[in-house]
Design a protein around this ligand. Structure first.
Ligand SMILES: Cc1cc2nc3c(=O)[nH]c(=O)nc-3n(C[C@H](O)[C@H](O)[C@H](O)COP(=O)(O)O)c2cc1C
Ligand code: SF4
Ligand code: SF4
Length: 284
């Protein structure tokens, strides 16, 4: 007579145990590959939080680009690219990397794009890129971060930068939950948005990116930080001052990292504040 409630409780406990073991196994087997590109630190910071949240490895694309076979990737679970937005597009250096890389194991790919205000039609452009590469597009997440584009306007001040960064942990935890569940990021993107993003990005690269416009003034103390932080190794210190080559992606790391604000880009950056530097003194 008493056996029925005990059996019911036993079944319930066994069911719970199976569920718990499945969750644990899933957690242990989850190895995402997080790859980031960052000029001024926002995307690096987001990628490191995501790595901690998912307990996954984080790789700098800058290092991989300079490593032989660094573009031969293998991951059990979807790849996650964390990158800044340049004119409503992923940086061209990241697009080129994705086009030439081989993606072993899983073929899913998420994009997390940090930006000052919005990513426009970048999601549709990323979807098209994945289609070209026969990768499974898992969506583009827009993560608003301190704005660094001082060439066009005054970037976020310290207070605003800290406010934007303070919500990163909560947002990244939501991103991690979505990735763990295997779902795609929800987003709205259109064909028109994609065309605007792609065309805008081409015009931007052609007309706005001009390393010949960088100048340095007498405040320079030859510390070499601008050269050391350039992700494309486009700066040499010659006669105790930076000299720019032509391989520039306009990330603004050099201008923002200078402790003496000795670098300008044409006339437009004169008198403008520099991008927020992280509390540990790093940009990337
Ligand atoms: C060249 C350039 C273009 C940018 N274009 C956009 C844009 O289209 N939309 C936007 O919201 N932010 C734009 N930004 C701001 C950056 O995307 C944003 O500050 C980003 O978080 C910087 O990331 P990082 O610190 O990892 O380099 C631009 C910044 C630069 C340097
Ligand atoms: S030269 Fe300056 S703006 Fe150009 S890629 Fe290097 S750090 Fe970025
Ligand atoms: S970071 Fe500034 S001070 Fe240091 S070498 Fe470059 S321009 Fe000069």
């Amino acid at each position: 007579m008493n056996s029925s409630p005990i059996t019911f409780r036993g079944c319930y406990a066994t069911g719970f145990m199976v569920y718990w073991v499945r969750i644990q196994l899933r957690k242990r087997n989850y190895h995402n590959m997080i790859l980031y590109f960052s000029g001024t630190g926002n995307s690096r910071y987001a990628a490191s939080l995501l790595g901690k949240s998912l307990d996954d490895k984080v790789f700098s694309l800058t290092s991989l680009i300079n490593t032989p076979d660094g573009d031969k990737l293998v991951s059990e679970t979807p790849y996650i690219f964390v990158v800044p937005t340049y004119c409503y597009h992923i940086p061209s250096v990241v697009e080129d990397f994705i086009m030439r890389a081989s993606f072993g194991g899983n073929n899913g790919i998420y994009f997390v794009m940090t930006c000052g205000a919005g990513v426009g039609g970048a999601g549709a452009a990323n979807r098209a890129l994945c289609k070209k590469k026969k990768l499974r597009y898992m969506g583009t997440y827009t993560l608003v971060a301190p704005d660094n584009y001082l060439v066009m306007y005054e970037p976020s001040d310290r207070e605003e930068s800290e406010r934007r960064l303070s919500v990163f942990p909560e947002k990244i935890s939501g991103i991690a939950d979505t990735v763990r569940s295997g779902a795609a990021f929800s987003e709205k993107s259109s064909l028109l948005g994609r065309q605007i993003s792609t065309a805008g990005s081409r015009l931007f690269n052609k007309f706005l990116v001009n390393p010949g416009k960088f100048t340095v003034n007498n405040a320079c103390v030859s510390c070499g930080l601008c050269a050391g932080n350039c992700p494309l190794h486009n700066i040499d210190i010659v006669d105790r001052a930076p000299k720019w080559g032509n391989d520039c992606i306009h990330c603004l790391s050099c201008i923002c990292v200078c402790p003496k604000s000795a670098i300008e880009y044409g006339k437009s950056t004169k008198g403008r504040r520099r991008h927020y530097v992280f509390p540990d003194g790093t940009l990337k």
